[in-house]
Design a protein around this ligand. Structure first.
Ligand code: BGC
Length: 247
């Protein structure tokens, strides 16, 4: 089954038609810049452009970078405060008349890895952690997703969340070298490991490309691997979410 997958991110909105049996993109990826401000009105116009670009007439899976419950934003996350309370699928449906399945972006990336990448055929508890502008998480048991976890929001200290301390944007902001960033990541993953006792941790987001620099700095017993389909995982996983009708 072919489905249009869209990955909404803080800097770019990417889409492609995905063969959901094989996890392969059957069209070239199309990328639009995320509008600034990335409010509901501006962003839904980009979604409309994406659908027009592919002249698409079927269901759409869309990865979204905010805390969600049944397709509704609980906060605006790193996008825009006006997303709070918005039922994203309904908003986009009004715009293009397609049926939308809105899934958290890290859940989408995890779905791609579990089905076709680093988590394929892995039994037990697998957690995908994306290190980018924010920290996102996707939690799986025997390949099945428990949606909408927010393990980037685990408290670090003084009421601050780990996302503000250990994400890729925190690395940039504080101009950390890999040793300094690795120290923070070690703290984070040690804590995640204690909370979940996972069988496998998959690191995604921009940081999966720097995996060789940080791997040795995270000293926990659990196996940690980089995501395999990084650039495309969000698109593929979004399409899979529509196939499995995850909302
Ligand atoms: C959001 C998550 C999202 C992550 C990565 C966090 O700020 O709360 O929902 O998955 O960023 O985009």
């Amino acid at each position: 089954m072919d489905i249009l997958g869209i990955d909404v991110g803080g800097t770019g909105i990417k889409g492609a038609i995905v063969n959901t049996e094989t996890g392969v993109l059957i069209t070239k990826r199309k990328r639009f810049k995320t509008p600034s401000p990335a409010n509901p009105e501006a962003l839904s116009e980009i979604i409309e452009k994406m659908v027009q670009h592919f002249n698409w007439n079927g269901p759409i899976g869309c990865g979204f970078p905010t805390p969600l419950q049944h397709g509704k934003c609980l906060t605006g996350g790193n996008l825009h405060k006006d997303w709070k309370g918005v039922q994203v699928d309904k908003l986009f449906e009004e715009k293009t008349r397609n049926q939308y399945f809105i899934v958290n972006d890290a859940d989408a990336a995890g779905l791609a890895e579990i089905n076709f990448g680093a988590g394929k055929d892995v039994k037990g508890v697998v957690i995908m952690i994306t290190l980018g502008t924010g920290i996102g998480s996707g939690l799986f048991l025997d390949g099945k997703l428990l949606p909408n976890t927010e393990f980037g929001h685990v408290l670090h200290k003084n009421g601050d969340i780990f996302e503000k301390y250990a994400s890729d944007s925190a690395r940039e902001r504080d101009e950390l070298n890999s040793k300094q960033w690795g120290k923070r990541l070690h703290k984070y993953f040690k804590h995640i490991n204690l909370l979940l006792s996972p069988d496998l941790i998959i690191i995604g987001g921009g940081a999966s490309k720097k995996f060789d620099k940080i791997e040795a700095r995270i000293n926990i017993d659990t196996k940690i691997v980089p995501a395999e389909a990084e650039n495309e995982a969000g698109i593929i996983g979004a399409a899979l979410a529509a196939k499995y009708q995850i909302k």
